[in-house]
Design a protein around this ligand. Structure first.
Ligand code: NAD
Length: 470
């Protein structure tokens, strides 16, 4: 298979190539096309040229294109799943869920309307709020959910009448390039473009005068760079950034039940999830029991290549992240107690056994920073007011969760947590009907739902005077 860029409806080689590593073997397993600055400019210009015609098609026509994209994706779903596992590392079952999510999102957006809202219809005037597409949308995604995150952006952007230049992370380019091939003959030329870089074209893409909107998901540091680079042309921005989600377990939980759920929330996608549970606060009365149970669950989770049927946790996605997580684990040896994992299985590949650290507090990097990998700190608390303060004492504000058998107590704690989402007795549940937005340094704007779709449009008010005879 030749993995090429999609520019202006054509599959092209690009001026450079990029080696792609399978994180389960740490070996190069594929090579793909990589864009130069010239290729990037051509992709943006193609998207710009395609915009007027696409923007003026009817909503129904765009909905039909989205439905065809969903069918095309389903027809080649198995191929994308396997490729995603190879380049990203996640188990095949997780890849199947992620890839299935693309056609699900496309069909969801294909069912939406973008209605004109009548603000006032009085004797003197009729005021209507229309939502117009913006133009070229740069969709920039990270390596943890390369397929699904891309779809979150392009499905909504295309429905709204924008054209798209999609840029995946350089360690997971293949699934996006394959989607480009799959959609090539389904979407009008230039409406959907895919480019790949070596982490070096982001600034050009986010500063290019023909790009009108940047929908970015990634780290907070890069998000800040995007904001600066978009400023001179006043691009619209949606930034979905990092998090350090806390989970607070109240003293009325069953340790066995809660441990299984928090383990699943912390180790989803091997901890490489923006809304993974990243700091677990447990009341002192349950602390030992929850820690023991987490150790048992971690010990039973099979770590291995995503292509092997019984794998629960695959490798960390790339070498940089792998080394970062290993260094964080090393550091905890002096400030906490590793009670599960802390080591790596024998053999090649970026594998780390699921790691649980107890008797650790704020001040340790594992607690204060976003680990984004298979290690979670379990922190003891005794006073509820104090733990809420500790959970809020972070620059991040993506999500938090409260765990309790008493709905009123849980709701009272949830009301005091500072984040875009607070979950009760679960962590990480999202969906296209629910706006997803980070507070504080976790982002700006929203994706999903009416709020997210609105950010892909420009408000246009039409205000007609009724009484004036002309
Ligand atoms: P990253 O910020 O390093 O990279 C994200 C994307 O930005 C990649 O495509 C990268 O090539 C591109 N990029 C790099 N430099 C750029 C620049 N100067 N301008 C524009 N784009 C540039 O993030 P990552 O390491 O790939 O992903 C992990 C981070 O993403 C974590 O912090 C995680 O919490 C966050 N994340 C957030 C969400 C969310 O919805 N809030 C979801 C998933 C991941």
């Amino acid at each position: 298979m030749k993995y090429q860029l999609l520019i202006g409806g054509e599959l092209v080689d690009g001026d450079r190539t990029l080696d792609v590593i399978d994180p389960a073997t740490a070996q190069v397993f594929e090579r793909c096309a990589c864009a130069s600055e010239r290729d990037l400019d051509r992709a943006i210009e193609a998207a710009h040229a395609a915009f007027p015609a696409w923007a003026s098609t009817s909503l129904e026509a765009r909905q039909q294109v989205l439905l065809k994209m969903a069918d095309a994706m389903d027809a080649r779903g198995a191929e994308v799943q396997r490729l995603l596992t190879q380049e990203q590392g996640k188990p095949l079952g997780d890849s199947a869920m992620e890839v299935g999510g693309v056609s699900y999102l496309l069909r969801h957006y294909a069912s939406l309307d973008i209605p004109v809202r009548v603000i006032e219809d009085s004797e003197t005037r009729r005021v209507e709020l229309h939502r117009k597409p913006l133009g070229v949308v740069a969709a920039i995604v990270p390596w943890n959910y390369p397929v699904f995150m891309a779809a979150m952006k392009f499905a909504a952007a295309l429905l709204a009448g924008n054209t798209v230049v999609l840029k995946p992370a350089p360690t997971t380019p293949l699934s996006s390039l394959l989607m480009g091939m799959i959609f090539k003959d389904v979407v009008p030329a230039g409406v959907f473009n895919v480019i790949v870089d070596r982490n070096d074209l982001g600034a050009r893409l986010t500063s290019h005068p023909l790009v009108r909107k940047v929908s970015f998901t990634g780290s907070t540091g890069t998000g800040m760079k995007v904001m600066a680079s978009a400023a001179p042309t006043l691009k619209r921005l949606t930034l979905e950034l990092g998090g350090n989600d806390a989970g607070i377990v109240l003293d009325d939980c069953d340790p066995r039940l809660v441990a299984q759920r928090v383990f699943d929330a912390a180790f989803a996608n091997n901890g490489q999830l923006c809304v993974a549970l990243k700091r677990l606060y447990v009341h002192e009365s349950l602390y030992d029991a929850v820690c023991d149970e987490l150790v048992r669950i971690a010990g039973a989770a099979k770590v291995g290549p995503g292509l092997e049927a019984d794998t629960r946790l695959g490798p960390v996605q790339n070498r940089d992240q792998y080394e970062k997580v290993l260094a964080l684990i090393e550091e905890t040896r002096g400030v906490g107690k590793i009670i599960a994992g802390g080591d790596r299985p024998a053999g090649a590949g970026y594998f780390i056994n699921p790691t649980i650290v107890r008797d650790i507090r704020e001040g340790a990097r594992l607690v204060d920073e976003e680990q984004f990998g298979p290690v979670v700190p379990v922190i003891r608390y005794s006073d509820l007011d104090e733990v809420i303060e500790r959970a809020n004492a972070t620059g991040f504000g993506l999500g938090n969760s409260v765990w309790s058998s008493n709905p009123e107590r849980a709701a009272a704690v949830a009301a005091r947590l500072e984040s875009g989402t607070v979950w009760i007795n679960q962590h990480g549940d999202t969906g296209p009907t629910i706006p997803f937005a980070g507070a504080k340094l976790s982002g700006m704007g929203a994706e999903y739902a009416e709020e997210g779709l609105a950010e892909l449009t420009q408000i246009k008010v039409v205000n007609r005077a009724k009484q004036a005879a002309i």
